[in-house]
Design a protein around this ligand. Structure first.
Ligand SMILES: Nc1nc2c(ncn2[C@@H]2O[C@H](COP(=O)(O)OP(=O)(O)O[C@H]3O[C@H](CO)[C@@H](O)[C@H](O)[C@@H]3O)[C@@H](O)[C@H]2O)c(=O)[nH]1
Ligand SMILES: [Mg+2]
Length: 217
């Protein structure tokens, strides 16, 4: 009996070794085995598969994949005041990989957990920024790091103003989240790309907003 495989682990999960075994969309890929290497919080798997190359020969490959589920993110914008509402929070993976203090400026975002993307993005926007988003524009759904991380991130944008504010934001105290809410002039935010704004989802949304979204000229 193994927790997470045939009995629930401490997060209630079973069947963690079944994911990916039955893929059938690509005749040139045959999955042979899935091993769970780690599942303390999210799940790291090693998958062995046969792959037919473009010249016709087959090889056996192994790939590790890190599975945190999927996520959703939203750019909150105010066209009249030309501002965007962002967050700042400590991100250990960025800190350990060269970011000077690990405090990343980001659009509000979170994992879907068991919700659909629209429900999840409304929940995260309110928890993190304290604004209840009304209308939402779907922008695109994107693989953020397709060589190793399974996540597909769902992108949205929606207006905010003084009237959409319901609470202070800042994240969930019970999850120890500590999230600062940051209102920036959109031109200042665009100018900060590559220096103080180095989070991919945030850059994608800011550039979309300037090119074809609410701040397009
Ligand atoms: N105990 C524990 N908690 C964790 C761990 N990893 C994450 N958490 C907690 O899990 C929660 C995740 O918060 P969300 O707001 O749902 O997700 P997110 O980390 O903001 O993710 C968003 O941004 C990511 C980075 O751009 C995106 O990858 C993701 O899709 C989403 O948009 C946070 O409370 C975080 O502290 C862990 O290893 N252990
Ligand atoms: Mg979050």
């Amino acid at each position: 009996m193994t927790a997470g495989i045939d009995t629930p682990d401490r997060r209630g999960r079973t069947g963690l070794d079944q994911v990916g075994r039955h893929l059938s969309g690509n005749d040139d890929v045959r999955v042979r085995d899935v091993e769970v290497l780690a599942s303390d919080w999210y799940v790291l798997r090693r998958t062995t598969f046969d792959m037919r190359h473009r010249d016709g020969h087959w090889s056996t490959e192994q790939r590790e994949t890190y599975d945190r589920g999927n996520g959703a993110t939203v750019l909150l914008y105010d066209v009249a005041r030309r501002t965007v509402l962002l967050t700042r929070q400590f991100r250990f993976p960025a800190y350990v990989n060269g970011h000077p203090d690990g405090l990343l400026v980001e659009t509000a975002a979170g994992l879907l957990d068991d919700d659909d993307p629209v429900t999840a993005v409304r929940r995260e926007a309110e928890e993190e920024t304290g604004h209840r988003v009304g209308e939402l524009t779907h922008v695109f759904d994107v693989f953020m790091s397709p060589g190793s991380v399974t996540e597909r991130l769902h992108f949205y944008a929606g207006p905010y103003d003084a009237g959409s504010r319901t609470a202070g934001g800042g994240g969930l105290a019970e999850e120890d989240e500590d999230i600062e809410v940051l209102e920036l002039d959109v031109d200042e935010a665009l100018a900060a790309i590559g220096t103080t704004i180095v989070d991919a989802k945030t850059i994608l949304l800011l550039q979309w907003a300037a090119l074809s979204g609410p701040f397009a000229r």
